[in-house]
Design a protein. Structure first.
Length: 612
C-alpha cells in the first residue's frame, strides 16, 4: 500500500524521486523520504506528512547524488512520524545500507530480538528496519550489495517489495519482490524501479515486472535479474499501454471528480472490440477457455474485496438472470482460508482494480492450487494477478488515482454485464434477448453523460446530507449492491456513518434508526419491483425520515415522495446499476467537499491494498 521509487542514471536523483512519489502518493501519505548516494556518502531525508513536506525540507537541505531510493508510507508498524518514515538505515559510514519496503515482515519481532542481542540499536518501531540491519551486517568490506541482499532474503517471513542502496556500491540499486509489486523501468543510460508503473511512465515505456522470488540489480547502463532458487532470469519486456498524461489532474478539482466524469469513456473502452451485434453476444480474447469448456461450467464463484466485491454482487444478479448459472460472491480474505467446496465444474473469477490486492491474490493462488480454472478481471496490465491467472479480462479503464474507486467499479460492472451476456448466449439466452442487451450497453455512455449533466441537483442533495451523522442506502435486486457501494463511498471520503441494505430488509431492524435527522437514500429506478419500493419509501416518510431518491426520469410518484429526486435516463434493468451509481458517487464527493475533507487521500486508507 506504500509507494517505492528508485533511480540510477546521469541526472540528479532527488527531483526524479520526488516526481515519482507525487504520482504514487495515493498509495500512502503518512510520511515520505529519500536516500541518495553522493560519492561514498548516504544522504537521508524523511518527514512525517505529505510529499510536499519532504519537498520543502529538501529545498532547505538538498540530498545530492544521481542514485537513490524513495518511499511514501501507509503505516503498518508504528505511528506516522519522522523516525518511522522510510528509508531505514542499518550500519554506518561506507558500509551503511538504506532500505525502502512495502509489505509486512511477519517474523520481525524475533529478528529484532536477535539483532538487539548482538548490540544493534533500533531507531524506529517498524518491521522494515530489521531488513536494513541484516543487510548491513552481511555487507562486509568489498562485498557486493546484490549478494548481501540475496543472503538476507531467506530469513524474511512475510511479504516484501524492497529497494536498497549502499555507499559500498555507488550507482547501484537492488530490488527484491515477494508478494508486493515491483516494476523495473528500462531507459537509455538510466534505470528505475517502482511499486507502480505510473512512477516510471514519464521516463520510459519499456518495463519488466518482477516475479515473486526475483532480485534485480540496476546500474545506469545495465540490469540483471536473478531468482533466489532458479538463478539468472531473462525477463519479458513489456510496453506500458497508457500515457502518463492520463494520470494528470488537468482542470478537475480532484482525481475522484475527474474519474467520475470519465465514466462514459470508461464504459466505451471496456466494450471496445467485445460486442458482437451480428450474434447478439459479447466476446473476449483472454479467457483461454473454449465455448465447450464454458458450457460445461455449472457454477461461478466471484472473489473480491471492497468496491470490487460490490461489482461482483452486481455480476451475481446479471449472470444468474442472463445465463441461469448459480453464482456465489466471496470476500477474498475469507475465501482463501475457508475450505469452500468447489467441484470440477466450478469457474472462479477474481476481481481487482490494481491486480495486486493481497487477499485477492491469495484467493487466486488457493483456487489454482485446488485445480480450478481461475480467471481474473483487473485493470493493470502486467500486474501479479493478471500474470498468474489462467486467463482473464482487462478493464482498459486507464489509471485510477483516487483512493475511492469510481470508474473502475463501472468498468468492472460493464465487463461483468458482457460476461453474463456471453455465458447466457452459450446457454439459453435467445438472439433477440441478447441483441437487446447489446443495444442497452451501447446506450450507456450517452446516458451517463446525461446523468453527469444533472450534477447541480446532486449538489443540492449533498447540502442536505453534509450535516447528517448516519445515512441509510436502500436498493432492491440489482440495486442492492449499488446501495452498498453508495454507502461505502460516503464512508470512505466524508467519514459519515452509512449502511447499505436491501430495501425489504429495512423493516427488519434498520427502521428503528429512522428519524428526522437520519436520511435514507433509495436507489429506485423503474423496474419489476418498483411498486414495492415505493411502499418502503412511504414507510420512511411516515416516520419523518428525509428521503433522497435516485429514480427514472419522469417518475412523478417517486419525485413527490422525495425531498431530493435525482433522475437517471430510462434504460433496461440490466444496465441501470451503471447509471444509478454515478449520482451516489457525486453525492459522496460533494458531501466530502462541503465538509472540507481530503477527498483524494481519505484518512487511514490507501489505493492498493498489498497487505493482509
Amino acid at each position: 500500500m506504500c509507494g517505492i521509487v528508485g533511480y540510477t542514471g546521469p541526472h540528479e536523483a532527488s527531483p526524479i524521486l520526488l516526481a515519482g512519489l507525487r504520482r504514487l502518493e495515493y498509495r500512502g501519505y503518512d510520511s515520505a523520504g529519500v536516500a541518495t548516494l553522493d560519492g561514498d556518502r548516504l544522504a537521508l531525508r524523511k518527514k512525517a506528512g505529505r510529499v510536499r513536506v519532504l519537498e520543502e525540507s529538501l529545498l532547505e537541505q538538498p540530498a545530492r547524488g544521481s542514485c537513490g531510493i524513495s518511499h511514501t508510507r501507509w503505516a503498518t508498524h508504528g505511528p506516522a512520524n519522522d523516525r518511522n518514515a522510510h528509508p531505514h538505515v542499518g550500519g554506518e559510514g561506507p558500509g551503511s545500507v538504506a532500505v525502502v519496503h512495502n509489505g509486512v515482515i511477519e517474523n520481525h519481532a524475533a529478528l529484532r530480538q536477535g539483532l538487539e542481542a548482538v548490540g544493534v540499536e533500533f531507531r524506529s518501531q517498524t518491521d522494515t528496519e530489521v531488513i536494513a540491519h541484516l543487510i548491513a551486517r552481511e555487507l562486509g568490506d568489498g562485498d557486493d550489495l546484490f549478494d548481501a541482499v540475496n543472503r538476507v532474503l531467506p530469513r524474511l517471513e512475510g511479504t516484501y517489495g524492497l529497494a536498497v542502496v549502499s555507499p559500498r556500491c555507488p550507482g547501484q540499486v537492488v530490488g527484491a519482490k515477494l508478494g508486493s509489486p515491483l516494476v523495473v523501468g528500462l531507459g537509455e543510460g538510466e534505470h528505475l524501479i517502482a511499486s507502480d508503473p505510473s512512477a516510471i511512465a514519464p521516463h520510459t515505456a519499456r518495463v519488466a515486472f518482477l516475479q515473486d522470488g526475483e532480485v534485480v540489480r540496476l546500474t545506469p547502463d545495465d540490469f540483471e535479474i536473478r531468482h533466489r532458487e532458479r538463478g539468472p532470469i531473462t525477463p519479458r519486456i513489456d510496453r506500458l499501454d497508457w500515457s502518463p498524461d492520463l494520470a494528470e489532474l488537468g482542470a478537475h478539482a480532484h482525481y475522484m471528480l475527474k474519474e467520475i466524469r470519465e465514466q462514459p469513456d470508461t464504459v466505451r473502452d471496456a466494450c471496445r472490440g467485445r460486442l458482437r451485434r451480428g450474434e447478439g453476444t459479447a466476446a473476449f480474447g483472454g479467457l483461454n477457455m473454449t465455448p465447450r469448456q464454458l458450457r460445461r461450467v455449472r457454477r461461478v464463484v466471484l472473489v473480491a474485496c471492497g468496491t470490487s466485491w460490490h461489482a461482483a454482487l452486481v455480476g451475481e444478479y446479471l449472470i444468474e438472470r442472463l445465463a441461469s448459472l448459480p453464482v456465489e460472491v466471496e470476500y477474498a480474505g475469507e475465501f482463501r482460508y475457508r475450505n469452500a467446496p468447489l467441484d470440477d465444474r466450478t469457474l472462479v473469477f477474481v476481481l481487482s482494480q490494481s491486480g495486486e490486492t493481497a487477499d485477492t491474490l491469495g484467493a487466486l493462488r488457493e483456487s489454482k492450487r485446488r485445480g480450478h480454472p481461475t480467471l481474473a478481471i483487473c485493470n493493470v496490465v502486467g500486474s501479479t494477478i493478471a500474470r498468474e491467472a489462467d486467463g482473464g479480462i482487462y478493464l482498459h479503464a486507464g489509471p485510477e488515482v483516487g483512493v475511492a474507486s469510481t470508474k473502475a467499479f463501472s468498468a468492472q460492472v460493464t465487463v461483468l454485464t458482457l460476461l453474463a451476456l456471453h455465458l447466457g448466449r452459450l446457454r439459453q439466452l435467445s438472439f433477440p434477448d441478447g441483441l437487446a442487451v447489446v443495444d442497452a450497453i451501447e446506450g450507456v455512455p450517452d446516458a451517463l453523460a446525461r446523468v453527469l449533466a444533472a450534477e447541480p441537483r446532486i449538489i443540492e442533495a449533498a447540502e442536505r446530507l453534509a450535516a447528517a451523522r448516519s445515512v441509510l442506502f436502500l436498493g432492491r435486486d440489482l440495486h442492492f449492491p449499488v446501495a452498498l457501494e453508495g454507502a461505502l463511498k460516503l464512508k470512505e471520503i466524508s467519514y459519515i456513518h452509512a449502511e447499505g441494505y436491501p430495501t425489504a430488509e429495512m423493516k427488519h431492524g434498520p427502521l428503528a434508526l429512522i428519524d428526522p435527522e437520519t436520511p435514507s437514500v433509495f436507489i429506485a429506478p423503474r423496474g419489476s419491483l418498483h411498486a414495492k419500493t415505493l411502499s418502503n419509501v412511504e414507510e420512511v416518510r411516515a416516520r419523518m425520515g428525509p428521503v433522497i431518491a435516485v429514480g427514472t426520469e419522469g417518475d412523478e410518484e417517486l419525485a413527490r415522495l422525495s425531498d431530493h429526486f435525482l433522475p437517471i435516463p430510462d434504460m433496461p434493468e440490466v444496465v441501470q446499476p451503471l447509471l444509478a451509481v454515478v449520482p451516489l458517487q457525486l453525492l459522496a464527493y460533494h458531501v466530502a467537499r462541503l465538509k472540507g475533507c481530503d477527498i483524494d487521500k481519505p484518512r487511514n486508507l490507501a489505493k492498493s491494498v498489498t497487505v493482509e
